[in-house]
Design a protein around this ligand. Structure first.
Ligand SMILES: [Zn+2]
Length: 411
Protein backbone atom coordinates (compact mmCIF):
# COMPACT_ATOMS: atom_id res chain seq x y z
CA UNK A 1 0.00 0.00 0.00
CA UNK A 2 2.75 2.40 0.90
CA UNK A 3 3.77 3.14 -2.67
CA UNK A 4 0.24 3.19 -4.06
CA UNK A 5 -1.88 6.22 -4.76
CA UNK A 6 -2.69 8.41 -1.75
CA UNK A 7 -5.62 7.46 0.44
CA UNK A 8 -7.52 9.77 2.78
CA UNK A 9 -7.18 8.95 6.46
CA UNK A 10 -9.71 11.43 7.81
CA UNK A 11 -13.24 12.60 7.05
CA UNK A 12 -14.63 16.11 7.22
CA UNK A 13 -18.41 16.00 6.87
CA UNK A 14 -20.08 19.38 6.32
CA UNK A 15 -23.86 19.48 6.59
CA UNK A 16 -25.40 22.71 5.32
CA UNK A 17 -28.71 22.58 7.14
CA UNK A 18 -31.70 22.79 4.80
CA UNK A 19 -29.49 23.89 1.89
CA UNK A 20 -31.34 22.43 -1.05
CA UNK A 21 -34.53 23.70 -2.57
CA UNK A 22 -37.17 23.41 -5.28
CA UNK A 23 -36.75 25.57 -8.37
CA UNK A 24 -38.35 29.01 -8.50
CA UNK A 25 -38.42 30.31 -12.09
CA UNK A 26 -36.12 27.46 -13.04
CA UNK A 27 -33.41 27.99 -10.47
CA UNK A 28 -32.67 27.56 -6.77
CA UNK A 29 -30.73 29.60 -4.19
CA UNK A 30 -27.86 27.11 -4.38
CA UNK A 31 -27.87 26.95 -8.19
CA UNK A 32 -28.03 30.72 -8.63
CA UNK A 33 -25.49 31.68 -5.93
CA UNK A 34 -21.96 32.59 -6.98
CA UNK A 35 -19.92 29.96 -5.12
CA UNK A 36 -16.60 29.35 -6.90
CA UNK A 37 -15.02 27.34 -4.09
CA UNK A 38 -17.99 25.09 -3.49
CA UNK A 39 -18.16 24.55 -7.25
CA UNK A 40 -14.47 23.65 -7.28
CA UNK A 41 -15.18 20.90 -4.74
CA UNK A 42 -17.93 19.57 -7.03
CA UNK A 43 -15.65 19.86 -10.10
CA UNK A 44 -12.86 17.91 -8.40
CA UNK A 45 -15.10 15.41 -6.63
CA UNK A 46 -17.73 12.74 -7.07
CA UNK A 47 -21.32 13.99 -6.87
CA UNK A 48 -24.82 12.70 -6.38
CA UNK A 49 -28.15 13.32 -4.74
CA UNK A 50 -29.26 11.76 -1.48
CA UNK A 51 -32.49 10.81 0.24
CA UNK A 52 -31.28 11.36 3.77
CA UNK A 53 -33.88 9.19 5.49
CA UNK A 54 -35.91 7.70 2.64
CA UNK A 55 -37.62 8.52 -0.63
CA UNK A 56 -40.61 10.71 0.14
CA UNK A 57 -39.71 11.00 3.83
CA UNK A 58 -39.72 14.63 4.98
CA UNK A 59 -37.05 14.51 7.67
CA UNK A 60 -36.28 16.59 10.73
CA UNK A 61 -32.67 17.54 11.31
CA UNK A 62 -32.30 14.98 14.08
CA UNK A 63 -33.31 11.88 12.11
CA UNK A 64 -31.37 12.97 9.03
CA UNK A 65 -28.15 13.57 10.97
CA UNK A 66 -28.55 10.18 12.64
CA UNK A 67 -28.91 8.53 9.22
CA UNK A 68 -25.93 10.35 7.71
CA UNK A 69 -23.82 9.23 10.70
CA UNK A 70 -24.92 5.65 9.98
CA UNK A 71 -27.52 5.21 12.73
CA UNK A 72 -30.82 4.00 11.28
CA UNK A 73 -33.37 6.47 12.67
CA UNK A 74 -36.18 3.92 12.33
CA UNK A 75 -34.26 1.81 14.83
CA UNK A 76 -32.73 4.42 17.12
CA UNK A 77 -34.93 7.52 17.11
CA UNK A 78 -37.13 7.78 20.19
CA UNK A 79 -38.15 11.44 19.96
CA UNK A 80 -36.54 14.82 20.14
CA UNK A 81 -36.49 15.17 23.94
CA UNK A 82 -33.37 13.08 24.66
CA UNK A 83 -31.26 14.90 22.02
CA UNK A 84 -32.42 18.34 23.17
CA UNK A 85 -31.68 17.47 26.79
CA UNK A 86 -28.23 16.12 25.94
CA UNK A 87 -27.63 19.12 23.70
CA UNK A 88 -28.05 21.62 26.53
CA UNK A 89 -25.70 19.70 28.76
CA UNK A 90 -27.86 17.27 30.74
CA UNK A 91 -25.96 14.03 31.18
CA UNK A 92 -28.80 11.74 30.09
CA UNK A 93 -28.57 8.02 30.73
CA UNK A 94 -30.21 4.91 29.31
CA UNK A 95 -33.64 4.50 30.95
CA UNK A 96 -34.17 8.23 31.48
CA UNK A 97 -37.29 9.83 30.01
CA UNK A 98 -36.52 13.22 28.48
CA UNK A 99 -38.86 16.05 27.43
CA UNK A 100 -38.70 19.45 25.80
CA UNK A 101 -40.37 22.21 27.77
CA UNK A 102 -41.54 25.80 27.34
CA UNK A 103 -41.88 28.32 30.12
CA UNK A 104 -45.46 29.54 29.70
CA UNK A 105 -48.10 31.75 31.27
CA UNK A 106 -51.03 29.88 32.81
CA UNK A 107 -53.98 31.70 34.45
CA UNK A 108 -56.69 29.71 36.27
CA UNK A 109 -55.59 26.58 34.45
CA UNK A 110 -55.80 28.23 31.02
CA UNK A 111 -52.69 28.61 28.89
CA UNK A 112 -52.55 32.32 28.17
CA UNK A 113 -49.19 32.38 26.36
CA UNK A 114 -47.15 29.35 25.31
CA UNK A 115 -43.87 31.28 25.54
CA UNK A 116 -44.53 33.49 28.60
CA UNK A 117 -44.19 36.66 26.56
CA UNK A 118 -40.97 35.31 25.00
CA UNK A 119 -39.31 35.32 28.40
CA UNK A 120 -35.50 35.40 28.26
CA UNK A 121 -34.02 35.23 31.74
CA UNK A 122 -35.21 32.00 33.29
CA UNK A 123 -32.19 31.19 35.50
CA UNK A 124 -33.96 31.95 38.79
CA UNK A 125 -37.16 30.20 37.75
CA UNK A 126 -35.24 27.08 36.71
CA UNK A 127 -33.43 27.09 40.05
CA UNK A 128 -36.75 27.30 41.92
CA UNK A 129 -38.01 24.29 39.98
CA UNK A 130 -34.88 22.32 40.87
CA UNK A 131 -35.18 23.22 44.54
CA UNK A 132 -38.91 22.82 45.09
CA UNK A 133 -40.30 20.19 42.72
CA UNK A 134 -39.93 16.73 44.28
CA UNK A 135 -41.35 13.31 43.45
CA UNK A 136 -40.47 10.39 45.77
CA UNK A 137 -38.23 7.80 44.13
CA UNK A 138 -37.59 9.85 40.99
CA UNK A 139 -34.81 12.29 40.17
CA UNK A 140 -36.15 15.43 38.49
CA UNK A 141 -33.50 17.05 36.31
CA UNK A 142 -34.45 20.42 34.85
CA UNK A 143 -32.34 22.83 32.86
CA UNK A 144 -33.15 25.99 31.00
CA UNK A 145 -32.13 26.41 27.38
CA UNK A 146 -32.35 29.58 25.30
CA UNK A 147 -35.28 31.98 25.58
CA UNK A 148 -38.42 30.28 26.85
CA UNK A 149 -37.05 26.78 26.19
CA UNK A 150 -35.96 24.16 28.69
CA UNK A 151 -35.56 20.41 29.11
CA UNK A 152 -36.82 18.00 31.74
CA UNK A 153 -35.45 14.55 32.48
CA UNK A 154 -37.04 11.95 34.78
CA UNK A 155 -34.70 9.31 36.19
CA UNK A 156 -36.02 6.37 38.14
CA UNK A 157 -37.30 2.80 37.92
CA UNK A 158 -40.15 1.66 35.69
CA UNK A 159 -40.67 4.86 33.70
CA UNK A 160 -42.26 4.89 30.24
CA UNK A 161 -42.31 7.39 27.35
CA UNK A 162 -45.81 6.25 26.32
CA UNK A 163 -47.56 9.38 27.56
CA UNK A 164 -49.13 12.54 26.13
CA UNK A 165 -47.93 16.15 26.41
CA UNK A 166 -49.15 18.70 28.97
CA UNK A 167 -48.65 21.24 26.16
CA UNK A 168 -52.03 21.82 24.46
CA UNK A 169 -50.05 23.33 21.52
CA UNK A 170 -52.27 26.43 21.44
CA UNK A 171 -53.23 29.17 23.85
CA UNK A 172 -56.63 30.02 25.29
CA UNK A 173 -57.28 26.40 26.27
CA UNK A 174 -56.65 24.47 29.51
CA UNK A 175 -53.22 23.08 30.35
CA UNK A 176 -53.48 19.43 29.31
CA UNK A 177 -53.42 16.50 31.72
CA UNK A 178 -50.71 14.01 30.86
CA UNK A 179 -52.23 10.63 30.00
CA UNK A 180 -50.83 7.16 29.38
CA UNK A 181 -51.13 6.07 25.73
CA UNK A 182 -50.78 2.38 26.60
CA UNK A 183 -52.26 0.29 29.40
CA UNK A 184 -48.88 -0.34 31.02
CA UNK A 185 -48.37 0.40 34.70
CA UNK A 186 -45.15 2.26 33.83
CA UNK A 187 -46.97 4.63 31.50
CA UNK A 188 -49.67 5.38 34.09
CA UNK A 189 -47.00 5.88 36.76
CA UNK A 190 -45.03 8.26 34.50
CA UNK A 191 -48.15 10.24 33.58
CA UNK A 192 -48.87 10.70 37.30
CA UNK A 193 -45.32 11.98 37.84
CA UNK A 194 -45.57 14.44 34.95
CA UNK A 195 -48.89 15.79 36.24
CA UNK A 196 -47.40 16.18 39.69
CA UNK A 197 -44.40 18.05 38.26
CA UNK A 198 -46.69 20.27 36.20
CA UNK A 199 -48.77 21.23 39.29
CA UNK A 200 -45.76 21.70 41.56
CA UNK A 201 -44.07 24.00 39.03
CA UNK A 202 -47.06 26.36 39.09
CA UNK A 203 -46.99 26.37 42.92
CA UNK A 204 -43.26 27.10 42.88
CA UNK A 205 -43.35 29.84 40.25
CA UNK A 206 -46.69 31.65 40.47
CA UNK A 207 -45.59 33.97 43.30
CA UNK A 208 -41.88 33.84 42.55
CA UNK A 209 -40.23 37.28 42.87
CA UNK A 210 -39.13 37.18 39.21
CA UNK A 211 -42.72 36.72 38.12
CA UNK A 212 -44.09 39.31 40.56
CA UNK A 213 -41.61 41.80 39.09
CA UNK A 214 -42.62 40.85 35.55
CA UNK A 215 -46.29 41.39 36.34
CA UNK A 216 -45.51 44.81 37.81
CA UNK A 217 -43.81 45.76 34.57
CA UNK A 218 -46.81 44.54 32.58
CA UNK A 219 -45.00 41.41 31.34
CA UNK A 220 -46.45 37.94 31.30
CA UNK A 221 -45.14 35.68 34.09
CA UNK A 222 -43.31 32.44 33.33
CA UNK A 223 -45.34 30.56 35.92
CA UNK A 224 -45.74 27.14 34.31
CA UNK A 225 -43.95 24.72 32.04
CA UNK A 226 -45.48 22.96 29.06
CA UNK A 227 -44.03 19.46 28.79
CA UNK A 228 -43.84 17.66 25.46
CA UNK A 229 -42.02 15.16 23.25
CA UNK A 230 -41.39 12.37 25.78
CA UNK A 231 -38.64 10.02 24.65
CA UNK A 232 -36.57 7.36 26.34
CA UNK A 233 -32.86 7.86 25.91
CA UNK A 234 -31.76 5.68 22.97
CA UNK A 235 -28.93 3.21 23.29
CA UNK A 236 -26.73 4.46 20.45
CA UNK A 237 -23.58 2.43 19.81
CA UNK A 238 -20.59 4.71 20.34
CA UNK A 239 -19.15 6.29 17.19
CA UNK A 240 -15.62 5.20 18.09
CA UNK A 241 -16.61 1.58 18.60
CA UNK A 242 -18.67 1.56 15.42
CA UNK A 243 -16.04 3.01 13.09
CA UNK A 244 -12.75 2.86 14.99
CA UNK A 245 -12.47 6.60 14.44
CA UNK A 246 -12.22 9.38 16.96
CA UNK A 247 -15.07 11.76 16.17
CA UNK A 248 -15.93 15.36 16.94
CA UNK A 249 -18.93 17.58 16.25
CA UNK A 250 -18.99 21.33 15.65
CA UNK A 251 -22.50 22.84 15.74
CA UNK A 252 -24.78 25.41 17.33
CA UNK A 253 -26.43 24.46 20.62
CA UNK A 254 -29.25 21.97 20.54
CA UNK A 255 -30.18 18.91 18.61
CA UNK A 256 -26.99 18.25 16.67
CA UNK A 257 -24.78 18.67 19.72
CA UNK A 258 -27.14 16.29 21.53
CA UNK A 259 -26.74 13.67 18.80
CA UNK A 260 -22.96 14.02 18.98
CA UNK A 261 -23.00 13.59 22.74
CA UNK A 262 -25.24 10.53 22.63
CA UNK A 263 -22.85 8.99 20.06
CA UNK A 264 -19.96 9.68 22.43
CA UNK A 265 -18.28 12.34 20.29
CA UNK A 266 -16.47 15.42 21.52
CA UNK A 267 -18.76 18.38 20.92
CA UNK A 268 -17.94 22.03 20.27
CA UNK A 269 -20.66 24.63 20.41
CA UNK A 270 -20.17 27.61 18.13
CA UNK A 271 -22.64 30.14 16.89
CA UNK A 272 -25.97 31.68 17.57
CA UNK A 273 -28.80 30.30 19.59
CA UNK A 274 -31.00 29.35 16.69
CA UNK A 275 -30.63 32.26 14.32
CA UNK A 276 -27.42 32.27 12.37
CA UNK A 277 -27.90 34.44 9.37
CA UNK A 278 -24.45 35.40 8.28
CA UNK A 279 -21.82 33.33 6.60
CA UNK A 280 -19.21 34.41 9.14
CA UNK A 281 -20.47 32.01 11.79
CA UNK A 282 -20.31 29.25 9.19
CA UNK A 283 -16.70 30.27 8.46
CA UNK A 284 -15.85 30.10 12.14
CA UNK A 285 -17.38 26.65 12.42
CA UNK A 286 -15.49 25.30 9.41
CA UNK A 287 -12.21 26.76 10.70
CA UNK A 288 -12.85 25.03 14.02
CA UNK A 289 -13.70 21.76 12.28
CA UNK A 290 -10.46 21.85 10.27
CA UNK A 291 -8.54 22.52 13.50
CA UNK A 292 -10.27 19.53 15.12
CA UNK A 293 -8.99 17.29 12.31
CA UNK A 294 -5.54 17.54 13.88
CA UNK A 295 -6.72 15.48 16.84
CA UNK A 296 -9.70 13.60 15.38
CA UNK A 297 -10.27 11.20 12.48
CA UNK A 298 -13.78 12.40 11.77
CA UNK A 299 -15.42 15.79 12.21
CA UNK A 300 -19.07 16.62 11.56
CA UNK A 301 -19.88 20.30 11.20
CA UNK A 302 -23.43 21.62 10.89
CA UNK A 303 -24.01 25.15 9.55
CA UNK A 304 -27.44 26.69 9.98
CA UNK A 305 -28.17 29.87 7.98
CA UNK A 306 -29.68 28.37 4.82
CA UNK A 307 -32.33 26.48 6.75
CA UNK A 308 -33.56 29.64 8.48
CA UNK A 309 -33.77 31.56 5.20
CA UNK A 310 -35.76 28.63 3.76
CA UNK A 311 -38.18 28.65 6.68
CA UNK A 312 -38.64 32.40 6.13
CA UNK A 313 -39.26 31.86 2.41
CA UNK A 314 -36.39 34.24 1.58
CA UNK A 315 -34.78 33.14 -1.72
CA UNK A 316 -32.33 36.05 -1.90
CA UNK A 317 -31.08 35.68 1.66
CA UNK A 318 -30.62 31.94 1.20
CA UNK A 319 -28.55 32.52 -1.95
CA UNK A 320 -26.54 35.25 -0.23
CA UNK A 321 -25.77 32.94 2.68
CA UNK A 322 -24.05 30.47 0.31
CA UNK A 323 -22.08 33.31 -1.28
CA UNK A 324 -20.96 34.59 2.13
CA UNK A 325 -19.82 31.20 3.38
CA UNK A 326 -18.20 30.14 0.10
CA UNK A 327 -14.80 31.52 1.08
CA UNK A 328 -14.62 28.99 3.91
CA UNK A 329 -14.52 26.17 1.33
CA UNK A 330 -11.36 27.50 -0.28
CA UNK A 331 -9.08 25.95 2.31
CA UNK A 332 -10.74 22.55 1.91
CA UNK A 333 -9.65 22.07 -1.69
CA UNK A 334 -6.11 21.07 -0.77
CA UNK A 335 -6.32 19.23 2.55
CA UNK A 336 -3.86 16.43 1.83
CA UNK A 337 -5.32 13.34 3.46
CA UNK A 338 -8.92 14.37 4.13
CA UNK A 339 -12.06 13.16 2.42
CA UNK A 340 -14.26 16.26 2.38
CA UNK A 341 -18.00 15.64 2.12
CA UNK A 342 -20.44 18.50 1.62
CA UNK A 343 -24.15 17.81 1.79
CA UNK A 344 -27.41 18.87 3.45
CA UNK A 345 -29.65 17.14 5.96
CA UNK A 346 -32.88 17.93 4.09
CA UNK A 347 -34.33 20.46 1.68
CA UNK A 348 -35.98 23.58 3.11
CA UNK A 349 -37.59 25.03 -0.04
CA UNK A 350 -38.42 28.72 0.12
CA UNK A 351 -41.73 27.86 -1.58
CA UNK A 352 -42.59 25.42 1.22
CA UNK A 353 -41.19 27.43 4.17
CA UNK A 354 -40.52 24.12 5.83
CA UNK A 355 -38.71 20.85 5.23
CA UNK A 356 -39.40 18.67 2.20
CA UNK A 357 -38.37 15.21 1.08
CA UNK A 358 -36.63 16.44 -2.09
CA UNK A 359 -33.20 14.78 -2.23
CA UNK A 360 -30.15 16.85 -1.33
CA UNK A 361 -26.85 17.25 -3.21
CA UNK A 362 -23.72 15.51 -1.96
CA UNK A 363 -20.10 15.75 -3.05
CA UNK A 364 -17.10 13.74 -1.89
CA UNK A 365 -13.73 15.33 -2.59
CA UNK A 366 -10.35 13.83 -1.78
CA UNK A 367 -7.80 11.19 -2.71
CA UNK A 368 -9.14 8.19 -4.60
CA UNK A 369 -12.56 9.48 -5.60
CA UNK A 370 -13.67 8.95 -9.19
CA UNK A 371 -13.96 12.52 -10.36
CA UNK A 372 -17.07 12.95 -12.51
CA UNK A 373 -18.30 15.56 -15.00
CA UNK A 374 -20.35 17.63 -12.54
CA UNK A 375 -18.77 21.08 -12.39
CA UNK A 376 -21.11 22.96 -10.02
CA UNK A 377 -22.48 22.29 -6.56
CA UNK A 378 -26.23 22.29 -7.11
CA UNK A 379 -29.20 20.08 -6.34
CA UNK A 380 -30.26 20.53 -9.99
CA UNK A 381 -27.28 18.72 -11.55
CA UNK A 382 -25.65 16.65 -8.80
CA UNK A 383 -27.54 13.50 -9.91
CA UNK A 384 -25.39 13.45 -13.07
CA UNK A 385 -22.37 12.52 -10.97
CA UNK A 386 -20.89 9.17 -10.08
CA UNK A 387 -22.73 8.73 -6.80
CA UNK A 388 -26.09 9.02 -8.62
CA UNK A 389 -28.78 8.64 -5.94
CA UNK A 390 -27.87 7.33 -2.49
CA UNK A 391 -29.43 7.18 0.98
CA UNK A 392 -28.21 8.88 4.13
CA UNK A 393 -27.22 5.50 5.57
CA UNK A 394 -24.90 4.96 2.56
CA UNK A 395 -22.62 7.92 3.36
CA UNK A 396 -20.44 6.38 6.05
CA UNK A 397 -19.99 3.01 4.25
CA UNK A 398 -18.92 4.80 1.04
CA UNK A 399 -16.59 7.11 2.98
CA UNK A 400 -15.10 4.29 5.04
CA UNK A 401 -14.40 2.32 1.87
CA UNK A 402 -12.65 5.30 0.27
CA UNK A 403 -10.43 5.31 3.37
CA UNK A 404 -9.76 1.57 2.84
CA UNK A 405 -11.31 0.89 6.23
CA UNK A 406 -14.02 -1.56 5.17
CA UNK A 407 -13.57 -5.32 5.52
CA UNK A 408 -13.83 -7.68 2.58
CA UNK A 409 -17.08 -9.62 2.30
CA UNK A 410 -16.64 -13.14 0.92
CA UNK A 411 -13.54 -14.99 -0.23
ZN1 LIG B 1 -32.05 20.60 9.44
Amino acid sequence: MSDGPPVASKILLIVMDGASDRPVNGTTPLASADTPNLDALAYGGINGIMDTVGIGVRPGSDVSHLAILGYDPFKYYTGRGPFEAAGIGIDVKRGDIAFRCNFATVEDGIVRDRRAGRIEDTDELARAIREKVKVPGVDIIFKRSTGHRAALVLRGKGLSPDITDTDPHKSGVPLSECRATTGSAGARHTADIVNSVSRQVIEALDHHPVNMARKERGLLPGNAILIRGAGDVPDLPGFHGKYGMKGAVVASPGLIIGIGKLCGMECHTIGGLGIELSGSVADEKIDKAVAELRTHDFVLVNVKGADEAGHDGDFERKARFFEEMDISFKGLLHLPDVLVIVTADHSTPVSVRGHSADPVPIVMHGPGVRIDDVDRYSELIAHKGGLTRIKGLDVMPIAMDLLNRTKKFGA
